[in-house]
Design a protein around this ligand. Structure first.
Ligand SMILES: [Zn+2]
Length: 355
């Protein structure tokens, strides 16, 4: 056994790279990924201070023989602050090499063996949770005035049952950001819907807040600078890619319905889960594989925007490739552009049942 077979920081990725590239060398063996929480002017970001362990392979783009293509052990893992998969953590050090789309290629051609192992065996670095940060002062939906904007939005415009949202999903309304650490986050939590996010055991690990508009307007500061306000905002320090919203309610389920956002989960109800977007992280794939489920129904939003539609198609193809042996995968197309939450529950379930 060569020295390079010794367990790496990310044995799953290491195995994948080995099966794809053949030979892999390990740099900075055993060093973790260190980061600090930064601020890009409008939202918290992960400022990388040290990348830690990297896997070096011969780059297929430039005919390199000197192991100049480096893939960080955290490649495609959720960003510890934003939760998006960190697919940028790859580069070829040969100056003339065009390695920019290698990350996409790797995603498509690498058999995901990690997804078939228990999430319990996952490296501990991902479970190193940060402390819970309060979004602010919360009000019960059922105790708000009948003409309150959130009541009008959720009940009248979206057709949700407020009592159910409160009882089943713990949804609340944040009327004031009060915590000293959240002061800078006023625009991201105040006057917004707040939904607790629970891990697979049902323990609260964080929250997301949602703006009442589908396309929130930019905030204009006193100096004229415009700041984008996100529709969904995730608790700083909570890695959304490390959780599947609603999964703790689906332990016995033989079928799972994957939708994009929390409102879609509320609409369909269990066994619907969402990855907080239209892509699954490696971590989320492992969570799925550890369930009893046999059938996966993919009910992504039907996009009228061509770019977004392409992105979803690409992800569906990838999911089929990666999880196709573990599950029967059914892609469910909604009759018209929109997301599942635009329809009523019985209707969505009928569509799903017909596949
Ligand atoms: Zn190269």
């Amino acid at each position: 056994m060569s020295i390079y077979d010794v367990t790496a920081q990310n044995p799953y990725l290491f195995k994948q790279l080995k099966s794809y590239f053949g030979r892999v060398r390990v740099w900075n063996r055993g060093q973790g990924f260190e980061y600090e929480e930064g601020w890009d002017g409008s939202r918290p970001i992960c400022a990388k201070t040290r990348g830690g362990e990297e896997y070096a392979v011969c780059c297929p783009r430039c005919g390199d023989k000197r192991f100049r293509l480096h893939i960080n052990h955290m490649w495609n893992e959720p960003d510890p602050v934003t939760g998006y998969p960190m697919r940028h953590l790859i580069r070829c050090w040969n100056e003339e090499c065009d390695w920019s789309d290698l990350s996409d290629e790797l995603l498509m051609h690498t058999p995901d063996q990690g997804a078939h192992e228990s999430p319990m065996a996952m490296p501990s670095r991902m479970s190193k949770g940060k402390s819970y940060l309060s979004p602010g002062k919360l009000a019960k939906l059922t105790e708000l005035e009948d003409d309150h904007e959130v009541v009008v939005y959720l009940r009248d415009q979206r057709g949700f049952d407020l009592e159910e949202l409160e009882r089943v999903w713990g949804v609340k309304f944040c009327y004031r950001t009060s915590h000293p650490r959240t002061e800078g986050l006023t625009w991201f939590t105040q006057d917004r819907i707040v939904l607790p996010v629970k891990d697979v055991d049902g323990k609260v690990v964080g929250w997301q807040s949602r703006h009442l508009d589908d396309q929130p307007k930019k905030k204009v500061l006193a100096n004229g600078e415009k700041i984008g306000i996100p529709k969904y905002y995730t608790m700083p320090g909570m890695s959304k890619g490390a959780h599947l919203y609603g999964l703790y309610k689906c332990h016995q389920s033989k079928q799972l319905v994957i939708v994009e956002g929390a409102t879609d989960v509320w609409c369909v109800g269990p066994p619907a889960v969402c990855p907080f977007g239209c892509t699954l992280s490696l971590f989320q794939e492992r969570l799925l594989c550890a369930t009893e489920a046999e059938d996966l129904y993919l009910v992504f939003d039907r996009e009228s925007d061509e770019e977004k539609a392409k992105k979803i198609d690409k992800e569906v193809t990838r999911i089929r490739k990666v999880l196709g042996e573990r599950f029967r995968i059914h892609e469910v197309t909604l009759p018209e552009a929109g997301d599942p939450a635009d329809y009523d529950r019985d209707y969505v379930r009928q569509i799903i049942d017909s596949f």
